[in-house]
Ligand binder design. Structure first.
Ligand code: C2O
Ligand code: CU
Length: 550
């Protein structure tokens, strides 16, 4: 295995991802950031310079577990201090498992400003993939707002609340078209796009007839749940979040923020045509045009537009369609099985609440507020008063009606953390509920740092104790992100075998910003010496200063 070196500078730049010029966060003048490619077992070494004028930055390697390097997880206030302007921080970590991953900013809402890119880990030298393919394409999906993230953040934390609304466009590899369609000539009522910049030219997948291709698809959307389909072509799902799944075939696939998949397609259709790949919105009343890319059979011209209209996304609120896709995802034979029982069960109720009239998301009635000193340093060095040390609740009232808005919507903010016994097995029941408005319950994709977890099951309504008996312990898929459906629950199991402090949160950027997350700390005493550069702020910064006095 190799060490792969990268030298990156994060800065704002002008770009027109959907043909409208804005500023966004790029890396080395690129948007999306450069693709990192490595092989399983390699070490990634990124020298990251913050070239922003007045704000900090960090980068999280989504899906990489950071065994033995919890300070490289790239979460501001959790694993490290934000990197100051003009300063450089070195991320050095191993990628131990082949799969499709991505990286993104994890400070404020910087991800939504465009700070993301792909991270692809191929199988180690001498090993083979479990399936054959002739070529591969990488599709990083996102959504894009014309309003700056500063404007968004102020609105979300104002009274009265100002919601960010639906995104202006959906992007494929950072390219989309605002308020128009590439397929306008095939669809009534939509206007044709003027491609005013090369930044917004459609993505083209050039294929040869009669071959099999792997599409690596990841979603780093701020808000949107997505559905992807390719005209005339079926897809075989083979990987989810860096883990092999039992292959299954679909016409269209859902993908939530924080998830990644690999699908295989066979180019067995009429080769004289090109075909649309279409990405549309799920789970929220769409107000955003689908994003389109072109699958172009060689030697057709890539600019030859497909003759038939793009595949239509299933109805946004057809949750049965979404559930049936999620329920099909099962572990491929040979995937490690979960321990047969858990040492601890934590139930997390997801609700929308109010604190002094400000709208928040809360977990067991606590809205996450990150402390000034990152947990990893303050816990490792046992500093007092660095965060709220009260124990967060393991459960929620047994008479809580998940089908109704909260009876008492007043909530509290806290920085408290779940401290988990090292090497113990934990079940988490994610319980969805009604939000503040009547008859509203949203989709939330939950992402766990530092681990993969087994998805043991899903259900509608309130989780009951007897639901334990229906858990899938035979072939539950391993993932790092899983969705809870409206008014439903999802059960996961993980082994707390990775010393560090790990975020577990809804991957919807405005929801996390409004407090929708919790902190898990495990085996922090086993963490080796934390690089100084990760702890130069807050109380750990003071500690370093005092130790260094002559
Ligand atoms: Cu991809 Cu904590 O996030
Ligand atoms: Cu959410």
């Amino acid at each position: 295995s190799k060490t792969r070196h990268f030298k990156w500078e994060v800065g704002y730049m002008y770009a027109s991802p959907d043909c409208e010029e804005k500023i966004l966060l790029g890396i080395n003048g690129q948007f999306p950031g450069p693709t990192v490619r490595a092989k399983a077992g390699d070490t990634i070494h990124v020298e990251l310079k913050n070239a922003l004028h007045t704000e900090g930055v960090v980068i999280h390697w989504h899906g990489i577990r950071q065994y033995g390097t919890p300070w490289a997880d790239g979460t501001a206030s959790i694993s490290q201090c934000a990197i100051n302007p003009e300063e450089t921080f070195i991320y050095r970590f191993q990628v131990d498992k082949a799969g499709t991953y991505f990286y993104h900013g994890h400070y404020g809402m910087q991800r939504a400003a465009g700070l993301y890119g792909s991270l692809i880990v191929e199988v180690a030298d001498g090993e083979e993939e479990l399936f054959h393919y002739d070529g591969e394409f990488n599709l990083l999906l996102s959504d894009w707002y014309h309003q700056s993230i500063y404007d968004q953040m102020v609105g979300l934390s104002s009274k009265p609340f100002r919601w960010i609304g639906e995104p202006q466009s959906l992007l494929i590899n950072g390219r989309g078209q605002y308020n128009c369609s590439l397929a306008a000539h095939l669809m009534e009522g939509s206007s044709a796009c003027k491609l005013t910049s090369k930044d917004c030219a459609p993505v083209v997948l050039r294929v040869l007839p009669g071959k099999t291709y792997r599409l690596r698809v990841a979603s780093t959307t701020s808000l949107s749940s997505l559905n992807l389909a390719i005209g005339n072509h079926k897809m075989m799902v083979v990987e989810a979040d860096g883990n092999y799944v039992e292959p299954f075939i679909v016409d269209d696939m859902d993908i939530y923020s924080g998830e990644s998949y690999s699908v295989l397609i066979t180019t067995d259709q009429n080769p004289s045509s090109n075909y649309w790949l279409s990405v549309g919105v799920r789970g929220r009343k769409p107000n955003t045009q689908p994003a389109l890319a072109i699958v172009s059979y060689q030697p057709n011209s890539p600019s030859k537009l497909p003759e038939s209209s793009p595949p239509v996304t299933p109805k946004w609120n057809d949750y049965n369609h979404s559930k049936s896709f999620s329920y099909k995802i099962l572990a491929r034979q040979g995937t490690p099985k979960p321990p047969s029982y858990a040492d601890r069960q934590i139930a997390l109720l997801n609700t929308q609440n109010k604190i002094n009239g400000y709208i928040k998301w809360s977990i067991n009635n606590i809205s996450l507020a990150l402390p000034p000193t990152p947990y990893l340093g303050s816990m490792r060095y046992r500093l007092k008063n660095a965060f709220d040390t009260s124990k967060p609740p393991e459960n929620f009232p047994s008479d809580y009606d998940v089908m109704k808005p909260p009876k008492n919507p007043s909530s509290a903010q806290s920085s408290n953390a779940y401290v988990i016994q090292f090497n113990s097995t934990v079940d988490v029941i994610l319980q969805n509920a009604n939000a503040l408005a009547d008859n509203v319950s949203e989709i939330h994709p939950w992402h766990l740092h530092g681990h993969d977890f087994w998805v043991l099951g899903y259900g509608d309504g309130r989780f009951e104790e007897k639901d334990d008996s229906k858990f899938n312990l035979e072939n539950p898929p391993l993932r790092n992100t899983v969705v809870i459906f409206p008014y439903g629950w999802t059960a996961i199991r993980f082994v707390a075998d990775n010393p560090g402090v790990w975020a577990f949160h809804c991957h919807i950027e405005p929801h996390l910003h409004m407090g929708m997350g919790v902190i898990f700390a495990e085996g922090v005493d086993h963490v080796r010496r934390i690089p100084k550069e990760a702890i130069t702020c807050g109380m750990t910064g003071k500690m370093l200063m005092n130790n260094n006095l002559p």
